[in-house]
Design a protein around this ligand. Structure first.
Ligand code: COA
Length: 159
């Protein structure tokens, strides 16, 4: 059975993340979407809220599970029987960072990373830009999925 892990901060999830999850579902038996901690980032959305947003987005997808984990990605991946990590690449700018992460995850836990190119429509979207635009009072329909736009906008516009 192929079990793929899609890790990220998801602060908040965007159309780009959702597109990648939809595409992963067609290639793997199980897809674990997992919220991890990036030491360089202080999240705006509490972990429980990000779990709720991702669950809302994936509730029609029977093969998708949403998790949050502490500690090393490779340890969580192994504990779940994951066969491969999947990450999205938006442009060459992402490549250098991702290359280091992938190499480190292979070294730390023998875990391979597969890269999917982010759909061209979503290449300019990042969670940071979504947070900035929402906190300045602009609606977010062009950047986050319809099902969670209200909740994301509500939190950001009340910061
Ligand atoms: N479409 C559009 N944008 C996307 C995207 C997609 N498909 N995939 C990622 N992005 C954006 C995100 O919005 C995010 O934007 P931001 O920088 O403005 O927040 C950015 O690309 C990358 O972030 P994300 O995918 O959330 O990953 P991350 O680098 O913040 O998260 C973890 C990395 C959590 C996976 C990593 O820190 C980790 O593994 N932590 C656990 C500890 C560990 O094992 N550390 C050692 C790792 S070698």
């Amino acid at each position: 059975m192929s079990i793929a892990l899609y890790p990220g901060t998801f602060d908040p999830p965007t159309l780009g993340h959702f597109n990648l999850i939809q595409r992963m579902v067609t290639h793997f038996d199980r897809v674990l979407v997992a919220i991890g901690h990036n030491g360089a980032k202080t999240p705006t959305f509490p972990s429980e809220e990000r779990i709720h947003l991702l669950k809302t987005l994936t509730r029609q997808m029977g093969s998708v599970e949403v998790h949050a984990f502490d500690g090393l990605l490779v340890d969580f991946a192994k504990s779940q029987g994951v066969t491969v990590i999947v990450r999205g690449l938006r442009s060459l700018l992402d490549l250098e960072y991702e290359q280091v992460q992938a190499q480190m995850n292979r070294q730390l836990g023998g875990m391979e990373t597969l890269f999917l190119m982010v759909d061209e429509k979503y290449r300019c979207i990042s969670s940071t830009l979504v947070r900035e635009i929402g906190s300045l009072g602009k609606r977010l329909h062009a950047f986050v999925p319809q099902e969670i736009e209200e909740a994301v906008f509500h939190r950001l516009s009340s910061l």
